[in-house]
Design a protein around this ligand. Structure first.
Ligand code: URA
Length: 194
């Protein structure tokens, strides 16, 4: 299994399937436990992630860490990846062609990881992984079963930084995630108390 992860990461690191390879500093493959039961998926790297080659290391990443900590999770207990592995210039939304060129890597990550739960961080990931016309304001926090796993979307931490009024909704969604982890995850122990 380790070999398959290494082979996939190497292929991804050398990828030139779309024009984002021209402007990237680093490919941001993913981080966390390769046996995690929970996968978080963002949209794509920002400037800090591009510099460091690690997802969610900027301000939004700090908030993501804080959100995980609320329910007793940390980066070593989950896996974190993005829809596109290279930074879109000026942090624009990744284009459809860029997502199409890159989504195969995420699919292979899911095949190797076999997570029980997939949490989409924000609208872009939800529209790609749950439903093309997904409405984050209306449908965040709702669980959907697809094949072997269950998915839900939460507000992207960057959206929560921009609009703190959405934080109570994000807290509710975290509580729902905590309940789901308790119900379906076998080796992700969460503390009894918040
Ligand atoms: N935003 C994302 O969607 N992904 C990252 O890795 C960082 C910020």
């Amino acid at each position: 299994m380790a070999d398959r992860w290494e082979e996939l990461e190497k292929r991804c690191q050398n990828c030139r399937e779309c024009s984002l390879c021209e402007t990237r500093t680093n490919v941001v493959f993913g981080v966390g436990s390769r046996t995690a039961e929970i996968l978080f998926v963002g949209e794509g790297p920002g400037a800090h992630e591009d510099e460091q080659g690690v997802p969610f290391v900027g301000k939004a990443g700090q908030l993501l860490d804080d959100m995980l900590a609320i329910i007793g999770l940390d980066r070593t207990m989950v896996y974190i990846a993005n829809i596109v592995k290279c930074r879109p210039p000026q942090n624009r939304d990744p284009l459809g062609v860029e997502q199409d060129a890159c989504i195969g890597y995420l699919r292979e990550q899911v095949t190797l990881l076999r997570p029980k739960l997939i949490v989409c961080l924000g609208r872009i990931a939800a529209m790609r992984l749950i439903r093309e016309d997904f409405k984050i304001t209306r449908e965040h926090g709702q669980w959907v079963k697809k094949g072997d796993f269950e998915l839900m979307a939460m507000y992207h931490p960057a959206a929560l930084l921009r609009d703190p009024a959405r934080r109570p909704d994000a807290f509710e969604d975290l509580m729902s995630l905590r309940e789901k982890v308790r119900a379906v995850c076998e080796h992700t122990p969460l503390p009894e108390k918040l």
